[in-house]
Design a protein around this ligand. Structure first.
Ligand code: PLP
Length: 322
């Protein structure tokens, strides 16, 4: 396994940072989670919506005063090269991280600190089990707010909020937590956006409800509109709507599209995976594996016929920094 670290591709075991690294102490980093999905029939690995993830990484970095030395296209090339070098023929997860790398204490002035970037790839199967419904708990922790730690930036330190909520939920026997905002409206899961189905329509908390504007969320909104003729309403969602929805599901790069069949010991609908959830899930899995060719533009192939980097990288005249 390889990492892209300090401008070079190195064995993962050699990619090490100092105990004094600023980001380790103060959470001054931002990251992405990107899936590379194995297509067995084509013997291909498709990196899903890589450019969109890297654009969001740049937005997060901009909010944090972190400069990334590589543009989204160059980051796509690095991702392709990492996947290719991994030699893995299974579903993978890419983790790019832009962070404050200064080895210094007692300095909270972001603009005076050094920046660095790394990325690595690891195998990753299911995070939650999308073939079954999950039981969610409304968390006793509140979602962080744009006025304190902005959830629209994927900030490393902000994940303490998710870790506290997830741990509490799992230790209490649930699969996942749903966080409410300070005003009591539903925000999202610990690493997922949330959708409800009411009367054949989709509802999800809006982008200003302290959520990460998920790329899977966006994918599902588009698939629902294009393929099922279903519009998504973005609006504030009450906690009790979680209990009376016809169907509900979570979306996220790690969690895919996972049905929620129970919330706080109450069935959602009849407690089974709902028909709209199932149709969207089937569509989504065909899209992320590059099986549904209508959405192939979202899939960046990592393996060429001769094992070399293909479209999106060399094919477009771009080269990864090595
Ligand atoms: C807090 C949070 N919300 C939502 C998501 C879903 O975002 P995406 O679909 O882009 O992975 C994630 C995962 O990255 C997350 O960590």
């Amino acid at each position: 396994m390889y990492a892209f670290f300090q401008g070079k591709f190195v064995p993962l075991a050699d990619a090490k940072i100092s105990v004094m690294t600023h980001a380790l102490h103060y959470g001054t980093g931002c990251f992405e989670g990107i899936r590379s999905n194995w297509n067995e029939t084509e013997a291909q690995l498709y990196i899903f919506r890589a450019a969109d993830h890297f654009r969001r990484l740049h937005q997060s970095a901009h909010i944090l005063h972190i400069q990334i030395a590589y543009g989204p296209d160059e980051l796509c090339d690095i991702a392709v090269e990492l996947v290719r070098r991994s030699g893995l023929k299974e579903d993978q997860y890419l983790r790019p991280l832009a962070y404050k790398s200064s080895e210094v204490v007692a300095n909270l002035k972001a603009h005076t600190l050094e920046d660095d970037f790394l990325m690595f790839v690891v195998p990753l199967g299911n995070y939650l089990d999308p073939s079954k419904g999950v039981h969610c708990a409304t968390s006793s922790w509140r979602r962080i707010d744009d006025m304190s730690i902005p959830p629209r930036a994927k900030v490393t330190g902000a994940y303490i909020n998710s870790v506290l909520a997830k741990t509490e939920a799992v230790q209490s026997g649930f699969d996942e937590a749903i966080l409410l905002n300070a005003d009591g409206h539903v925000a999202e899961g610990t690493g997922e956006n949330l959708f409800l189905v009411f009367d054949g329509k989709l509802i999800t908390p809006g982008a200003t409800e302290n959520v990460l504007k998920g790329i899977t969320r966006d994918t599902v909104i588009e698939l629902a509109r294009e393929e099922l003729g279903i519009e998504t309403e973005e609006r504030p969602v009450d906690r009790t709507e979680l209990y009376i929805a016809d169907e509900s599901f979570l979306t996220g790069t790690a969690a895919h599209l996972t049905p929620v069949t129970k919330v706080d010991h109450r069935n959602v609908g009849n407690g089974e995976i709902g028909p709209i959830t199932k149709r969207l899930q089937d569509l989504y899995f065909d899209v992320i594996r590059g099986i549904n060719k209508k959405y192939i533009d979202w899939c960046l192939p990592a393996l060429g016929e001769d094992g070399r980097v293909q479209a999106g990288a060399e094919a477009q005249g771009r080269t990864a920094r090595a």
